[in-house]
Design a protein around this ligand. Structure first.
Ligand SMILES: [Zn+2]
Length: 132
């Protein structure tokens, strides 16, 4: 993990407001490290500019608070919502993830590139691309 920290994956405005600790257990940290090493760090290296994680790990209480799917990869530390700060560049990193041939389970354009969701379950690298 070169460009991203566990703290960045655990930080959540919603968790803070609800008094939820949202600390990733060791099992989730292992998955976060895989996601960063295989996808996020290579992407960040190629991109050459900051990429922020707006939602990374979600404990059960936080996932419920944000209305996330019970089977969300976020709950396992296998997903990250990314933004460069604007939709134009978010579209570019979305394309870059595909062009670089990075492994992923799902790559999702969220709300016309308001953010980009990327997940990696190493046992299920189906490279599914979606628009929500
Ligand atoms: Zn997401």
């Amino acid at each position: 993990m070169k460009y991203f920290s566990f703290q960045e994956f655990e930080r959540s405005g919603t968790a803070y407001r609800h008094g939820i600790a949202n600390t990733a257990p060791e099992s989730a940290r292992k998955n976060i490290a895989v996601l960063v090493d295989k996808v996020l760090d290579p992407l960040r290296e190629a991109w050459g500019k900051p990429i922020a994680v707006t939602s990374g790990y979600r404990c059960a209480a936080l996932n419920k608070a944000v209305g996330g799917s019970a089977t969300s990869h976020h709950c396992k530390g296998m997903a990250a919502d990314l933004t460069t700060g604007n939709c134009v560049e978010n579209r570019r990193i979305f394309q870059l993830i595909m062009d670089m041939g990075l492994p992923f389970t799902q790559l999702i354009d969220e709300k016309n590139f308001s953010w980009v969701h990327v997940s990696l379950d190493p046992a299920d690298v189906k490279r599914q691309v979606l628009k929500l």
